[in-house]
Design a protein around this ligand. Structure first.
Ligand SMILES: C[S@@+](CC[C@H](N)C(=O)[O-])C[C@H]1O[C@@H](n2cnc3c(N)ncnc32)[C@H](O)[C@@H]1O
Length: 252
């Protein structure tokens, strides 16, 4: 099979059918090697995509359903782990900005009711089914929010989206950097350099406990913390519910 046919085959399965083309191609390029048979390339790429995009969600989220916010938040690993801490987290990280831009949002848009004010919420997410799910919810409950099907590797489009939002903005980048680094090493640094000057603040988070397990990771993400310290001004840094949150802004 040629590359085009292999890519088409990979996305034949429902869970991969609605991922940005660019991300599928990036994942495929890691296994498009002479040592692998076509079947292996397909299998390895799908496994890799599953780890980056699909493994966090229950398959139940891939079908559009009218379920309440709590049900949805508890069907995605990241929001499930955060669920009981939402009031405390948002109380601490939300300041005066008019818009939240949640990059790689998963289903975090379903936590909208925990924002105290009627803030505008804009999400981007690579898994198309989760984008549809969030937009369905926003429309049904007339929420001032919109989700966009966009990969963070589509850097210019992401920047345009951010620039086109008027007023003060804060970016959430919750538990996403590991996924980015799996596809392209050091991409998180490039992304932060490009987007931080476009907004008032960024709040970045990562897990400090292995997902679903009680022990701490040995790797403490010192590389990203050092990078943030060297390039930006840190405003807050705390840990809650197995997740560390760092709020920072551009240097004046
Ligand atoms: C661990 S989950 C975190 C979800 C959400 N930010 C949260 O903390 O509740 C990572 C999410 O990032 C999304 N993602 C990973 N790489 C992405 C990319 N390049 N562009 C957009 N979304 C991406 C995945 O599909 C997944 O929904």
């Amino acid at each position: 099979m040629d590359k085009k046919e292999l890519l088409a085959k990979i996305v034949e399965k429902k869970e991969y059918s609605n991922l940005p083309k660019k991300d599928v191609e990036l994942a495929f390029s890691q296994f498009d090697k002479k040592q692998y048979l076509d079947e292996e390339k397909i299998k390895l790429t799908r496994n890799f995509l599953r780890r980056i995009y699909v493994s966090f969600s229950s398959v139940k989220l891939l079908n559009l359903k009218d379920k309440n916010a709590e049900w949805v938040l508890k069907k995605h690993r990241s929001t499930k782990e955060r669920f009981e801490y939402y009031p405390e987290i948002y109380k601490r990280i939300l300041l005066k900005e008019k818009t939240i831009i949640d990059l790689g949002a998963g289903v975090n848009g379903f936590s909208y009711s925990y924002f105290k004010n009627k803030i505008k919420y804009v999400a981007t997410e690579a898994v198309g089914q989760l984008v549809d799910l969030m937009n369905f919810y926003f429309k049904r409950y007339k929420i001032n929010a919109k989700a966009h099907h966009l990969s963070l590797f589509e850097l210019e489009k992401t920047k345009e989206l951010i620039k086109n939002i008027s007023g003060s903005k804060v970016i959430f980048l919750f538990k996403v950097i590991d996924s980015l680094e799996m596809l392209e090493k050091n991409y998180s640094k490039k992304l932060l350099k490009e987007i931080t000057p476009l907004v008032e603040r960024i709040v970045l988070s990562f897990a400090t406990k292995s997902l679903g397990r009680r022990f701490r990771f040995s790797a403490r993400r010192t590389w990203i913390i050092s990078f943030i310290e060297e390039n930006f001004t840190i405003l807050d840094d705390f840990e809650l519910g197995g997740e560390r949150y760092i709020s920072f802004k551009s240097r004046e």
